[in-house]
Design a protein around this ligand. Structure first.
Ligand code: FAD
Ligand code: NAD
Length: 468
């Protein structure tokens, strides 16, 4: 490579890093992105969002064909699983997406360097690739190195019998009994995949409810529906040890608050207790870049670390660990570097759990509003009363909107139901524009559509839903 000096060098090619690189290039900066994985897209495209959603979609079709088509008058006979084809399709989806980012890099004339990046002093990044190490220079260095699975002491991941999400995306056969540790997003999504494909699934959760950070009413309903689908839960329980042998894994469980031990055997165990920042080999200590006690890179409101010219975005700086949050930060940082007013509105970042029904949220939960002493009104509307949901045969769940009691401003929305992940978008947009519940209530929604449930929940805030 001839000229190795750049305006911006991004370390990490995930949703934070690749989006920052594209936006920086759009704004006229000479940009490079260093990625060691060998393909772009980070955790999300390679071993996260995309492959998990491919398997969720395939396993949903399998379950529909197996159990729900008959009710629509469609007889299929015996439905068989071809796991190898399902996995190959998932891999093709991943490849198409990661290659797509390479294409976007070419389109924007971004230099893609394959190798491990290390900050080697002010404005310098060392890239260790297959052909040796080269040093590149940059006016601005962006750390976007993401996160990795949090290990659980006593339960060592071998990606065969005891797996992280990465191993759970490529099991070679359907386990008879899958034990999932952690009833969070990964546990419920990947637990759903394997349950649909035939596993008995037991979810062990340390706290006393599934999806503990969600609105309480929603997590209760989610657990109820998942139990009805066959998933089992052991709440308020911790796993203290795991022994593996040829026949499987033997786990030792204890009540979280202390008490008698019990044993639980599994063919495969999925550890999904959260993720931690990934900063290995970056040379942060030598470069003097500060991290907090948990290893997150410390930044100010403009993504600046304590070292001038070094910035950080995405999972590695903490907050919600979501791809679109990382992307927003990538865009905002590139705009700030170009002298513009980049900004992320952290109050309006949606979250979606892609189980079926889906679970989606934005803004405050009822528990948070109570704790903050905010006076609020609640509007709820069940999908049983929505015509489209009935026509589709997907009537589980409800929409819940929380609005300020005085101003009617929407403070939060929580949906469990069909396509909740798409339905939440209108409320996010509303919140971005400081909408009142009445603004949503007075907006025309197509009939028959699932989105009418959102309108009705907004009407219900003022006690005047039409269809219930
Ligand atoms: P990452 O995507 O982790 O990217 C960081 C990249 O940096 C990696 O490719 C890594 O190889 C590279 N890197 C690290 N160190 C170096 C170095 N020194 N030199 C060069 N390269 C380096 N989020 C959602 O919003 N929706 C979902 O549906 C969703 N599903 C998920 C499912 C699973 C199973 C998992 C594990 C996560 C999921 N997430 C989802 C979370 C999402 O993947 C992350 O929030 C997102 O990828 C964070 O983006 P990032 O750019 O900060 O980091
Ligand atoms: P999570 O934080 O969603 O859930 C972890 C769960 O494990 C929590 O319920 C927690 O109480 C529990 N837990 C913690 N320690 C435990 C222990 N010792 N024993 C039993 N339970 C324990 O984390 P995750 O599911 O691992 O996901 C990691 C990250 O990836 C999340 O931040 C999430 O945002 C992201 N992700 C997002 C999506 C999505 O947006 N659809 C999908 C997958 C992952």
């Amino acid at each position: 490579m001839s000229d190795l000096s750049f305006d911006v060098v991004v370390i990490g090619g995930g949703p934070g890093g690749y989006v920052a690189a594209i936006r920086a290039a759009q704004l006229g900066m000479k940009t490079a992105c260093v990625e060691k994985r060998g393909s772009l897209g980070g955790t999300c495209l390679n071993v996260g969002c995309i492959p998990s959603k491919a398997l969720l979609q395939s396993s949903h079709h399998f379950e529909e064909a197996n159990h729900h088509f008959a009710a629509h008058g469609i007889k299929l006979g015996k439905v068989e699983l071809d796991l190898a084809t399902m996995m190959a399709r998932k891999q093709k989806v991943v490849l198409d997406n990661t290659k797509g980012i390479e294409f976007l890099f070419k389109k924007h004339k971004i230099t893609y360097l394959v190798g491990a990046g290390r900050i080697a002093g002010a404005g310098k990044v060392e890239v260790a690739g297959k052909e040796g190490t080269q040093t590149i220079t940059a006016k601005s260095i962006v750390i976007a190195t993401g996160s990795d699975v949090t290990p659980l002491p006593g339960v060592a991941i071998d990606e065969a019998q005891i797996v992280s999400s990465t191993g759970a995306l490529e099991l070679p056969k359907v386990p008879k009994h899958l034990v999932v540790i952690g009833a969070g997003v990964i546990g419920l999504e990947l637990g759903s995949v394997w349950r649909r494909l035939g596993s008995e699934v037991t979810v062990v959760e340390f706290l006393d409810r599934a999806l503990p950070l969600h609105d309480g009413e929603i997590s209760k309903q989610a657990q109820r529906i998942l139990e009805r689908q066959g998933m089992k839960f052991k709440l308020g329980t911790k796993v203290t040890a795991a022994k593996t042998d040829k026949s499987g894994v033997n786990l030792t469980l204890e009540p979280a608050k202390g008490g008698d031990k019990e044993e639980l055997s599994a063919d495969v165990v999925l550890v999904a207790i959260g993720r931690r920042p990934y900063i290995d080999g970056l040379g942060l200590k030598e470069a003097g870049v500060e991290t907090d006690a948990r290893g997150f890179v410390k930044v100010d409101a403009h993504f600046r670390t304590n070292v001038p010219g070094v910035y950080a975005i995405g999972d590695v700086i903490g907050g919600v660990m979501l791809a679109h949050k990382a992307e927003e930060e990538g865009v905002a940082l590139a705009e700030l570097l170009a002298g513009q007013a980049g900004h992320v509105n952290y109050d309006a970042i949606p979250g979606v759990v892609y189980t079926w029904p889906e679970v989606a949220n934005v803004g405050k939960t009822e528990e948070q509003l109570k704790a903050e002493g905010v006076a609020y009104r609640v509007g709820k509307f069940p999908f049983t009363a929505n015509g489209r949901a009935r026509a589709n045969g997907d009537i589980d769940g409800f929409v819940k909107i929380l609005a300020d009691a005085k101003t009617d401003k929407v403070l939060g929305c929580h949906i469990i139901g069909p396509s909740a992940g798409d339905l939440i978008a209108e409320v996010v947009l509303g919140m971005e524009f400081s909408a009142a519940a009445e603004d949503i209530a007075r907006t025309s929604h197509a009939h028959p559509s699932l989105a009418e449930a959102v309108k009705e929940a907004a009407l219900a805030v003022d006690g005047r839903p039409i269809h219930i």
